[in-house]
Design a protein around this ligand. Structure first.
Ligand code: UDP
Length: 236
């Protein structure tokens, strides 16, 4: 597989074309941003760690019959993936209250609701990725109601599988963000990374934060936290 031109550069990753029109290379950078790009830095080894963590998670999800864009990991920073048309939606799942929901509704971080909370954000940098509902998503043509049904069914299953995976290594899956895309043959698949950049992961005993909140909130030992997640998942 030959690496060709840069198709897209995001905050934490680059997407390259390959000699196959239906396949791309996803390259993980060390760059980190928070608060809509206001806070920026490099986190040592983050790209490699997120690539390795995402690899473990995607292989586990694929084994459990979740359709994904992932094909294989090429090297320390790159994965080969199916080219998909990404829905301009962030699907957020909350098993515990934290972050923006804690602030917006004034609920203490770490509160466990009786239900799982699903949120949609419209991916639009100029608008700051606003929180929207299903009907907004259809109205702005981000997806159809049929697409949403598939997306929510997959998201529920992915959450159950990820809770189980992290529980097995002593970690509470507080919340996470995922994205979906449509392949050339019209299948809806999970896409993008799942890593400490996109999930809140707390040690089950100490409640230590092992995720990007260490960067957002200047808690220090950011790389060490990502290493700890990789080390624990690697034990499986
Ligand atoms: N998240 C993400 N990308 C975003 C926004 C959120 O990966 O652009 C993840 C975030 O890491 C957390 C979850 O989604 O695991 C819920 O984030 P929240 O809405 O609390 O936002 P934040 O606190 O990041 O503003």
């Amino acid at each position: 597989m030959e690496k060709k031109e840069l198709l897209y550069e995001g905050k934490a990753k680059q997407i390259y074309a390959t000699d196959d029109a239906n396949v791309i290379i996803m390259h993980y950078k060390d760059d980190a941003t928070a608060y809509n790009g206001i806070k920026k830095a490099q986190i040592r080894d983050k790209g490699e760690l997120n690539n390795k963590i995402t690899t473990i998670i995607y292989e586990y999800l694929a084994k459990n019959n979740i359709p994904t864009h992932y094909i294989k990991t090429l090297n320390e920073r790159e994965e080969l993936c199916k080219k998909v048309k990404i829905f301009p939606l962030e699907v957020i799942v909350r098993n515990y209250i934290a972050g923006s929901m804690s602030k917006r509704l004034d609920i203490p971080e770490g509160t466990k609701p009786e239900n799982v909370i699903y949120e949609l954000c419209y991916k639009n940098d100029a608008l700051g990725d606003p929180l929207i509902n299903d009907h907004h998503a259809v109205a702005v043509k981000a997806c159809s109601y049929e697409d949403l049904k598939v997306i929510y069914d997959l998201t529920k299953r992915i959450n159950e599988l990820l809770i189980e995976l992290f529980k097995g290594v002593g970690i509470i899956l507080v919340d996470f963000k995922i994205e979906f895309g449509k392949t050339a043959d019209g299948e809806i698949v999970l896409a993008d990374e799942i890593s400490p950049d996109t999930a809140r992961l707390w040690d089950e005993k100490t409640h230590d934060k092992l995720d990007k909140d260490r960067f957002r909130r200047d808690l220090g030992h950011v790389t060490e936290a990502y290493q700890e997640i990789y080390k624990r998942l690697g034990r499986l």
